[in-house]
Ligand binder design. Structure first.
Ligand code: HEM
Length: 485
């Protein structure tokens, strides 16, 4: 084990004492990112824990994480061979697949396809933005309907459909209605995905938990089922695309991926299964993350009404009431940008990256880490480091603005939510564009209110993403409805 191997190298990694059988599993608590952040105060930013029989290195803080993911980017680019990871995207996932030459090509294809359909030129940029504007306006209508007669509603399902529709439009050229029951059922199942693959999930580190009835076993069974169901949905759509494929016309990202993987004579071994895996990964990664960001933004807007008013005042001043906000307004809407960065920093709703593993022996912070070691990277610790952030536990968008109201780009780039290095999120630009346009349009068109009987908290469920517990709001129209034409 890692401990023995480190003895050989003379330096054992610091860390809490691991108990027999479970290791440190009982110490993780409900919010492992906070537990690990607190442990770093005692053991330093690079330390070791044990979960089941797996020795795991935990990295905290900007310096150690930067050293690992940027200076030793290749050594830290692997993924553990967890059984749950193999169940994702038909076993051909980019996100959960290990580092290899074939993986690099696979990732590059996904990355350039995303770019080609979102920001490659002014035409694709416009088309991409139109999808978001359409979904945002639909959301406004649905919110107003759900708020009729002074009602309060839970926005969760609507936000998930909105986020899903943007990525489905890019991948399949189609969207789904907010009342589509089949789609609703699928999305509510996929939401549970992150329970199993987040750092500290016990399924992979204690495989024996699967041999008798317990909550972990049922979570894992559900996980396998939801992956099967979700992948069947993706496969159906990709197969329909194959059947109607025309090399002269690239309708959407599925066609583009079919062209570069299915139809290419590539010696790298990428197969049709990789085409399906790519589409499954892109839709899966674009669903839960963006919708979680939107959940937190709505919650924070109703929790801090003075911030909501200030945002609306700036939007009204810059955009006026006769047109909708667009991405061209971004540079003039510094407070909105600051609000988005502060939401990402404060909530760190992706608290850890997906677990990494080392591809070869490596030394960081003077500590030797052997090859094939599982590594947890605590993004939350970077965003709550008191050395870096004044009052890190206070929600304050203005921290990102200088005295002239200009966005401090050095500070915004210090927020860590998309990871860094070889595994950095490939959807960061489209995610940021979506979050900006959704929030600008929603705030321009509506005011949001907390229910008088509801005490809003920051309580959330833990997984790959941190989701706020269910809450209700009400939306009121601000002036006339615009149609975005
Ligand atoms: C990976 C964050 C949206 C595609 C990741 C990772 C994080 C992340 C933390 C793990 C990186 C690592 O393991 O080091 C986010 C956040 C999002 C978001 C916060 C929204 C606010 C998206 C979108 C897409 C996407 C919209 C695509 C449409 C991916 C892919 C990976 C990934 C394919 C795997 C990268 C790899 O393993 O090499 N993302 N993501 N993400 N993300 Fe995102």
């Amino acid at each position: 084990c890692l401990w023995v191997r480190n003895l050989r190298h003379k330096r054992r990694l610091p860390g809490p004492f691991p108990w027999p059988v479970v290791g440190n599993a009982m110490q993780l608590g409900q919010m492992p990112h906070i537990t690990f952040f607190n442990m770093a105060k005692k053991y330093g930013n690079v330390y070791q824990i044990r979960l089941g029989c797996n020795d795991i290195v935990v990295l905290n803080g900007d310096t150690a994480i930067h050293q690992a993911l940027i200076q030793h980017s290749t050594e830290f680019a692997g993924r553990p061979n967890f059984i749950s990871f193999q169940a994702v995207s038909g076993g051909k996932s980019i996100s959960f697949g290990n580092y290899s030459t074939q993986w690099k090509l696979h990732r590059r294809i996904a990355q350039s396809t995303l770019r080609a359909f979102s920001s490659a030129n002014s035409q694709t940029k416009k088309a991409f933005e139109q999808h978001i504007v359409g979904e945002a306006l639909d959301l406004v209508q649905v919110f107003l309907r759900l708020s009729a007669d002074g009602r309060y509603f839970n926005p969760s399902h609507e936000l998930t459909v909105a986020a899903a529709n943007v990525i489905c439009a890019l991948c399949f050229g189609k969207r789904y209605g907010h009342d589509d029951i089949e789609f609703k059922t699928l999305l509510s199942r996929v939401e549970k995905f992150g329970e199993t693959v987040g750092a500290g999930s016990l399924v992979d580190v204690m495989p024996w938990l699967q041999s008798f009835p317990n909550p972990v076993r049922s979570i894992y069974r559900n996980f396998k089922e939801l992956n099967k169901e979700y992948f069947a949905f993706i496969k159906d759509n990709v197969i329909q695309h194959r059947e109607t494929y025309n090399p002269e016309v690239t309708r959407d990202m599925s066609d583009a991926i079919i062209r570069v993987i299915d139809k290419a004579d590539n010696a790298t071994g990428l197969t049709k299964a990789h085409t399906e895996g790519t589409v499954a990964d892109l839709i899966g990664a674009g669903l839960d993350t963006v919708s979680t960001a939107l959940h937190w933004m709505l919650l924070l807007l109703v929790k801090y009404p003075h911030i909501q008013t200030k945002l609306q005042e700036q939007i009204d001043k810059v955009v006026g009431r006769d047109r909708l906000p667009s991405t061209e307004d971004k540079s003039s809407l510094a407070y909105l940008d600051a609000f988005i960065y502060e939401t990402m920093r404060f909530t760190t709703f992706v608290p850890f990256t997906i677990p990494h593993s080392t591809t070869s022996d490596v030394t960081i912070d003077g500590v030797h880490i052997p090859r094939d070691t599982v590594v947890f990277i605590n993004q939350w610790s970077v965003n709550h480091d008191p050395q870096k952030w004044k009052d890190p536990h206070v929600f304050n968008p203005s921290r990102f603005l200088n005295e002239n109201g200009i966005l401090d780009k050095d500070l915004t780039s210090s927020v860590m939510i998309f990871s860094m290095g070889k595994r950095r999120c490939i959807g960061d630009q489209i995610a940021k564009a979506e979050i900006f346009l959704y929030s600008a349009i929603l705030l321009h068109q509506c005011s949001f209110e907390n229910s008088p009987t509801q005490d809003l908290t920051m309580d959330c469920s833990y997984g790959l993403t941190l989701r706020p517990l269910s809450f209700t709001i009400s939306a009121k129209l601000r002036g006339k409805i615009l149609n975005g034409a």
